[in-house]
Design a protein around this ligand. Structure first.
Ligand code: Q0Z
Length: 286
């Protein structure tokens, strides 16, 4: 793409500059599991993630403006408004999992939210909580207290981020629950536009930025299977892989099962057939 300058890579996405005001985000079909990108791709995964983000961007405009300018006909790339990104991740948790569960077991709290006693792993929280995290360039994001977050963005911006993030999560979790998917937690990234307004950016409520669990079989007291990546986790664990680079190749039946799970999540949440989306991605934005 000669008109675009590559400016960054994530584990599974690439970012290009189109001009001073616009970026191009491209979602590949790469998949990471236990933080390692595997050598085998899952066809259409990038389209699923791009379509889901686009769906949420259009449907959450009443809560918060966002960076989306255009969804490209390939279904896996978006043109977005270039922002001054904030240095924190806006995590919202409706259920107790991952680092939130670890913090709670150690201290009874996470990011300064003191939680009721006796909660079990994966249990639904009385109310969704905002648990900001730092952005690690290498390795894992680290949960921070609201005092630390306020030092990074200022108390007024932090209060606004919390209110927006919780409102976005409630909207997404309610929508997903009605379609058989628990949105256990999710991570938002926001930035300032040229008028210092807060704008929602990056990817939104996708399986790569969130925990999606099937409602069927949900049971607190244990970790929950991932809606999308469980076939890959099960296969790689059964191999006895040590979760270090490089990861194993995936056999075709694991690739097919994983692809089907991503497409199932896409179709449940958007209500649009995936084949229709591939034909004309703009169907999602209507
Ligand atoms: C997002 C990332 C990706 C690698 C920068 N609208 C924006 N304005 C300015 N910066 C960004 C955005 Cl979305 C921005 N990232 C995360 C995305 C590949 C890293 F696709 N980095």
């Amino acid at each position: 793409m000669p008109e675009a300058v590559h400016v960054g890579s994530g584990k599974v996405r690439e970012i290009f500059a189109l001009d001073d005001e616009r970026l191009l985000l491209v979602a590949s079909d790469r998949i990471s599991v236990f933080d390692v990108v595997l050598p085998t791709e899952v066809p259409d995964k990038g389209r699923v993630l791009t379509g889901l983000s686009g769906f949420w961007f259009v449907r959450t405009r009443h809560i918060c403006p966002n960076h989306l300018l255009a969804l490209r006909p390939d279904g896996r790339s978006t043109e977005v408004q270039r922002l001054e990104m904030l240095p924190i991740e806006c995590v919202v948790r409706g259920y107790l999992a991952g680092s939130g569960w670890k913090d709670y077991q150690r201290t009874g709290a996470t990011s300064g939210h003191v939680l009721p006693e006796g909660l079990r792993e994966s249990e639904r929280l009385p109310e969704p909580i905002f648990t900001p995290a730092t952005k690690a360039t290498e390795g894992h994001d680290e949960n921070i207290t609201r005092e630390q977050a306020a030092e990074l963005v200022g108390p007024d911006v932090l209060a606004e981020l919390e209110q927006l993030s919780v409102a976005l999560y409630r909207f997404g979790a309610d929508h997903a629950a009605a379609r058989g998917i628990i949105l256990a937690d999710t991570k938002f990234e926001l930035g300032f536009d040229d008028q210092r307004r807060l704008v929602l950016a990056d990817e939104v409520m996708t399986p790569d930025s969130s925990r999606f669990w099937p409602v069927d079989g949900y049971e607190p007291g244990r970790s929950q299977p991932s809606f999308d990546k469980q076939p890959v986790r099960d296969y790689t664990e059964a191999l006895g892989w040590d979760k270090a680079y490089p990861g194993p190749e995936l056999p075709p039946e694991v690739v097919d099962g994983t692809r089907a799970s991503y497409i199932d999540a896409f179709e449940r949440i958007t209500g649009v057939g995936f084949d229709r989306y591939v034909e004309d991605p703009a169907v999602l934005l209507r």
